[in-house]
Design a protein around this ligand. Structure first.
Ligand SMILES: [Zn+2]
Length: 144
């Protein structure tokens, strides 16, 4: 799913509207802006709340991403705040959770508050770390 998002191949409304009804291009979450990949995952108010939580939990001063390129640059960055592996794990859980929320709103008309989605991301990451706790690379991640 992350790979499809990176390639901008997910069926966001900005893409699907070019295939049919061009009036249906508003974001499924905020229903205000055009639902492009960058809006949905980085700039939608809902996603921004989640990224503020996620960057803080990783140990950074809270910040937001304005472009997918900046987001990818941060993902590949080597710094002393968090490891690249942990950052990739968190980013994949976050992108998956935002896409899940978008689809749940679109197909089931059910919305989840951003605070609940943040807890879900935390749980997803903890479970992924626990499943790999025997691997040296993941040994200290739970502390981080
Ligand atoms: Zn939006």
């Amino acid at each position: 799913m992350m790979w499809l998002a990176h390639l901008d191949r997910l069926p966001t409304r900005a893409r699907t509207s070019t295939w049919g009804d061009q009036t249906l291009d508003k974001c499924c979450i905020c229903n205000t802006y055009r639902e492009t990949r960058d809006h949905l995952f980085l700039r939608c108010g809902y996603s921004e709340q989640i990224w503020l939580f996620v960057t803080k939990r990783l140990g950074y001063n809270q910040f937001l991403f304005h472009t997918w390129t900046a987001f990818m640059d941060w993902l590949e960055l080597k710094d002393k705040v968090s490891s690249t592996t942990l950052r990739c794990l968190v980013v994949q859980a976050t992108v998956y959770s935002i896409w899940w929320e978008r689809n749940n709103r679109l197909h089931n008309s059910v919305s989840t508050p951003a605070t609940v989605t943040c807890k879900k991301i935390d749980r997803l990451v903890r479970n992924a770390i626990l499943a790999r706790k025997e691997q040296k690379k993941f040994r200290n991640f739970m502390l981080l």
